[in-house]
Write a protein that binds this ligand. Structure first.
Ligand code: AMP
Length: 133
């Protein structure tokens, strides 16, 4: 079944478009964390970040940077979050690669709700060895 983003790309459902080129569409998120929250969507469907060719990822990040600069210039936000959810466990609702660009303000009261963990003993070294690229 087509994702909401495929239907937006095809024009079957409406969206507020900020930018479009051959491979990317940028729209306003319909339920923003803060007003101006934007989504940089790949026109080719990749389920998530891990599936996407690096050239397309680079292009999407370049556009996300332009969006972040625009949010800063126009909305005078104090910062931005650049976020990609990958997989249900991370909170991804729509399995179609997109980058969130979220304007943030000093003391805006928002939070990710993450709680931090600790490594025990030499665990951090073991993780370091296992994950070294
Ligand atoms: P994710 O959880 O990373 O998959 O994010 C999906 C995002 O898409 C959410 O922030 C939704 O608010 C947003 N969204 C869902 N439907 C629409 C829509 N029709 N137009 C714009 N944004 C949407």
């Amino acid at each position: 079944m087509a994702t909401v983003f495929e239907m937006i790309i095809s024009g079957d459902i409406p969206s507020t478009k900020l930018y479009e080129d051959d491979s990317v569409l940028v729209i306003l998120d319909i339920n923003p964390v803060e007003k101006g929250h934007s989504l940089v969507i790949s026109k080719t469907v990749y389920e998530d970040f891990t599936q996407c060719p690096s050239a397309q990822l680079s292009h999407m990040m370049e556009i996300a940077q332009r969006v972040a600069l625009k949010l800063k210039a126009e909305l005078k936000c104090d910062g931005t979050n650049i976020l990609i959810n990958n997989g249900k466990a991370s909170g991804q609702e729509i399995p179609h690669l997109h980058i969130h660009v979220i304007p943030r303000y000093d003391n805006d009261g928002q939070s990710f709700g993450f709680s931090k963990k600790s490594y025990e003993g030499d665990e951090i070294k073991e993780y370091g060895k296992k994950l070294a690229l």
